[in-house]
Write a protein that binds this ligand. Structure first.
Ligand SMILES: NC(=O)C1=CN([C@@H]2O[C@H](COP(=O)(O)OP(=O)(O)OC[C@H]3O[C@@H](n4cnc5c(N)ncnc54)[C@H](OP(=O)(O)O)[C@@H]3O)[C@@H](O)[C@H]2O)C=CC1
Ligand SMILES: N[C@@H](CCO)C(=O)O
Length: 429
């Protein structure tokens, strides 16, 4: 067997310690699969004294991740610190310049600086692998880069933030409002240090931007992802959507259209009996559609020590096997910046309107929808909330986002609404 592949790990939190544990637990298995031994030589984190539930005594401790990134006895720099800039980026760049390959789980960094890092790596003949960066333990990067290499990918979509999926499914199952479940998620330690990364859709948007680049051979362009979080999803809408046979998911969709690349991350209705509709708790799901393969569905744990470390290890083994792929599946210099699509493709929409219960109210609503060019597919009126207002649900036929925007702006001017109208896109899955 050849010399061991020497690993330097920076970041010994949830994921970093998970990687250390797998390397320790599966010494022989990994050696057989890699064709060589894997050896951790250097490690780094902020607090050397922290109890990390793993024996780290045989690894050299470096106070500075840069020392790990550039050490002579490190072949692969494993960056598990996180952050879209700063030490994570600096140390990765230093490692590449020092002739190391890089493995990272850092979706924020790749979404913001993936193109520059890919160009640097490829100009130096190094690789950057990042299976863990999207959907944790689900092998979606390798699936898209390798297994689907023979396909023109037409659409990629999915639920890529476990925290949001936990919050939405828990709201439905426990009948609790958003604020109560958000607090529960905080207590359970599900939320990122900055919770807007989760509930604001940003973390999932990072992941979608990375998948788009691989799917469509374009430069990763997080700035072009249209993002809306789950903060405005109410328990009322979750219940009403369920009555109509739908579930609300924070859904990412990327597709190349005649009008440009559409990338959006937003709460959408999906059929309750579809694979996406059935997804509950913190689980992730990615759906990829290719011209030859049709639709494939990948489901699994999107976060956590074991699943995320499992994905990191797959990258380390890939490098040990001397499989060397361009960062985004084709040379970075060939990737082009896609024209962002100005608006999403037409879809059916769900609307919830609280109307004054008086003659002509529904007629006024129907007139606005008609003026907007929106055709009604289904309409349902519920029993009274109060003496004076009544909830009405509308499911439209396929229409454009512009038409919906027009209607949402015009509806309050009818004078028959008692609160702001709610609209959510119904995604065809
Ligand atoms: N947790 C998960 O389930 C998933 C995480 N990821 C990604 O994996 C990466 C790591 O995440 P996770 O393990 O959860 O993060 P943690 O916050 O648990 O761990 C971060 C680690 O980085 C160390 N660190 C922070 N700043 C520095 C610094 N300046 N110098 C040296 N070490 C530093 C911390 O040190 P110390 O321990 O001393 O504080 C800690 O060990 C992130 O990019 C994240 O987005 C991706 C998918 C899922
Ligand atoms: N905060 C992320 C962690 C995994 O990327 C989630 O909830 O899915």
């Amino acid at each position: 067997m050849s010399s061991p592949l020497r690993l330097g790990i920076a970041g010994l939190g949830t994921v970093g310690i998970g990687v250390v544990k797998i390397v320790q637990k599966h010494v022989d298995l990994l050696a057989r699969r890699s064709g060589r031994d894997l050896a951790i030589t250097a490690i780094s984190a902020r607090d050397r004294m922290k109890n990390r539930d793993a024996d780290l005594s045989s690894y050299r401790w470096e106070a500075d991740p840069m020392a790990v990134a550039t050490a002579d006895d490190v072949d692969v720099y494993v960056e598990l610190i996180g952050g879209d800039d700063g030490i994570a980026r600096d140390s990765i760049e230093a490692a590449l310049r020092a002739g190391k390959d890089v493995v990272t789980a850092n979706k924020a960094l790749l979404a913001m600086h993936g193109q520059a890092l890919a160009e640097l790596a490829e100009s130096l003949g190094r690789v950057i692998r990042f299976e863990a960066a999207v959907a944790g333990g689900i092998p979606v990067i390798k699936t898209m880069t390798e297994s689907l290499a023979g396909n023109d990918v037409t659409r990629v979509m999915g639920v890529m933030n476990g925290t949001c999926n936990y919050i939405l499914t828990r709201m439905e199952s426990a009948g609790l409002p958003y604020e109560a479940v958000f607090e529960e998620a905080r207590q359970l330690g599900y939320l990122e240090a900055d919770p807007t990364l989760d509930v604001g859709g940003i973390d999932a948007g990072h992941k979608l931007a990375i998948l788009s680049a691989i799917a469509f051979g374009t430069r990763v362009d997080f700035g072009a992802v249209e993002i809306e979080g789950i903060e405005r999803v109410s328990i009322d809408d979750i219940r009403r959507a369920a009555d109509l046979g739908y579930r609300i998911k924070l859904l990412g969709v990327a597709q190349m259209t005649a009008r440009g690349l559409e990338q959006r991350m937003s709460p959408c209705l999906v059929p309750a009996d579809s694979p996406l509709g059935q997804l509950s708790g913190g689980t992730n799901m990615v759906v990829v559609e290719g011209d030859s393969v049709g639709q494939i569905v990948l489901r699994g744990a999107g976060a956590g020590e074991g699943p995320t470390a499992s994905a990191v290890m797959s990258d380390i083994v890939e490098i040990a096997r001397e499989v060397r792929l361009p960062v985004f599946g084709q040379p970075a210099a060939q990737l082009t910046l896609a024209q962002p699509a100005r608006t999403a493709v037409p879809a059916a929409y769900y609307m919830r309107l609280e109307l004054q219960d008086k003659p002509g109210a529904l007629a006024k609503v129907a007139t606005v929808l008609g003026d907007a060019g929106i055709s009604i597919d289904r309409m349902r009126q519920y029993g009274h909330h109060s003496d004076s207002s009544v909830p009405v649900l509308v499911v439209t036929h396929k229409t454009t986002p512009d038409a919906i925007d027009y209607a949402i702006e015009a509806l309050p001017r009818t004078g028959v609404l008692v609160s702001a109208p709610v609209e959510l896109r119904i995604e065809e899955v």
